[in-house]
Design a binder for this molecule. Structure first.
Ligand code: DQA
Length: 142
């Protein structure tokens, strides 16, 4: 099984960015744990602060991988381009968020991407990523 985690803007700063909301672990550290936990599958990781690069990556993996875990960060709430890319591919996508965006500012409540995903996981901290991977690994419907 081949899964890809795609992180959007400012998630390269996890561990130092607004630690009261996002925690104090860097994504690289979390990824080491994740790869150890799921050593039987391939987990590819990509982060970009640039919308077009995220779209390119979705297109690149979206016809051959078994699943994409996508935290488009702020682009979640603005990007029709990323939403269209998710709709255009065959690979199922789970949208994740570290924070519970529904109890934050109103402008974080809308996701253009969610309607094109098989599901959304939010508010579980970094564990949101593991829950998404667990779903791809253990849920035959995907
Ligand atoms: C986020 C929530 C977004 O609203 C925000 O812009 C982020 C991170 C999250 O994981 O909680 O950068 O996607």
């Amino acid at each position: 099984m081949k899964l890809c985690i795609i992180n959007g803007p400012n998630l390269n700063l996890l561990g130092t960015r607004e630690t009261n909301i996002y925690g104090d672990s860097s994504f690289d550290d979390y990824l080491i744990n994740l790869k150890n936990t799921y050593s039987n599958i391939e987990i590819d990781y990509f982060q970009s602060n640039i919308e077009g690069e995220i779209i390119d990556k979705i297109q690149k993996v979206g016809f051959s991988f078994d699943g994409i875990v996508l935290n488009a960060a702020a682009y979640t709430h603005t990007s029709i381009g990323i939403a269209d890319a998710v709709k255009a591919i065959n690979t199922p996508v789970i949208e994740v968020h570290i924070s519970n965006v529904t109890n934050r500012a109103q402008y974080r409540h809308n996701s253009y991407i969610a309607p094109n995903c098989i599901g959304v996981i939010l508010g579980f901290g970094m564990e949101s990523y593991r829950l998404a991977i667990d779903n791809f690994v253990n849920s035959p419907k995907n």
